[in-house]
Every structure is written in C-alpha cells, then in structure tokens.
Write a protein that binds this ligand. Structure first.
Ligand code: FES
Length: 155
C-alpha cells in the first residue's frame, strides 16, 4: 500500500463521516421544525354560522334588510323579527329582493315575501333561520339552524 492509497482511503472515510453528520443534522433540523409547528393548528375550524344583525329596533319593519357578508334577510312584522335565508333552494344561487318577494337570477324561481315558492324550479320555499338575542341585546341569526316558516322572535 502506497502513501497515496492511504491518503485516498482517509479521504473516503472523512467523506462518509461528513455525509453521516450531514444526514444527522438534517434529520435533527426537520424534527425541530416539526416540533416548533406543533402548537399551531394545521386545520382551522369553519367560520361561525351565527352572526349579529343589530338591535331589534333597528330591524326594518315590513321590508327586508340584507345582512352584510351573510346570506340572510331580516325583517320585522307585527308578530316579531324573522330571518330568511337568501340561498335559493333549487341550486343554491343567492336570491334578490323583488317588489313581491324574492327572485332567483339563475333559473327564475320566484318566492313571495314569506319565502314561499310562487314560480320556477325551486322545490321548496326559502329557509327560515333561528333568531335569538345575545346578552348585549343584539339579535343573532344562526344560518346553520332552520326553523319552521312563521317562527318569529317576539319583540
Ligand atoms: S338556483 Fe335558483 S332557480 Fe335555480
């Protein structure tokens, strides 16, 4: 064995040692990154379907007010406050208020002022949504909970 062969052999050992240390450090760094990410949730909950719609006195009487950012119309009658979903029961388009109720721009379903179907392909009327009162006095509409049509929150 010559001196050059011994130098080459030591060089290979150093290279393997460096590679082993590199792999160890890379795995350690990956594990540390994973541990640092643990406190942060990777799956976030859905946004709440409940939303405040204002004080009872601020709800318009005998006309509909669209709640900003929500698929909800609120109104007030002699029986109380009620909320109607603005999602068409045919294929889910958002209905628009019309003089006689609501019209769906997608396939022409028409609903009366109480959300009942009066024309078009919609299989049933618009959903009525649960209205409750928050501790601060504002009304809360839950888009995830329907109530039978004609259910009012008594003012
Ligand atoms: S989605 Fe409203 S009529 Fe089809």
């Amino acid at each position: 064995m010559s001196a050059d062969d011994r130098v080459k052999e030591v060089g290979r050992r150093d290279l393997l040692s460096l590679a082993a240390w590199g792999a160890f450090c890379a795995s350690l760094a990956t594990a540390m990154i994973g541990m640092l990410r643990l406190p942060k949730p990777s799956v976030l909950p859905d946004p709440s379907l409940k939303g405040k719609v204002g004080l009872p006195g601020a709800i318009p009487e005998e006309e509909y007010r669209k709640v900003p950012g929500r698929n909800v119309f609120v109104s007030r009658s002699e029986q109380g406050v009620f909320a109607i979903s603005s999602v068409c029961t045919h294929l889910g388009c958002v209905v628009a208020p019309a003089p006689a109720g609501f019209n769906c721009p997608c396939h022409g379903s028409r609903f009366d002022a109480m959300g009942r179907v009066v024309g078009g392909p919609a299989p049933r009327g618009l959903d009525w949504l649960k209205v409750t009162k928050a501790p601060d006095g504002e009304l809360v509409v839950d888009e995830g909970e329907t109530v039978p049509p004609g259910t009012y929150w008594k003012v």
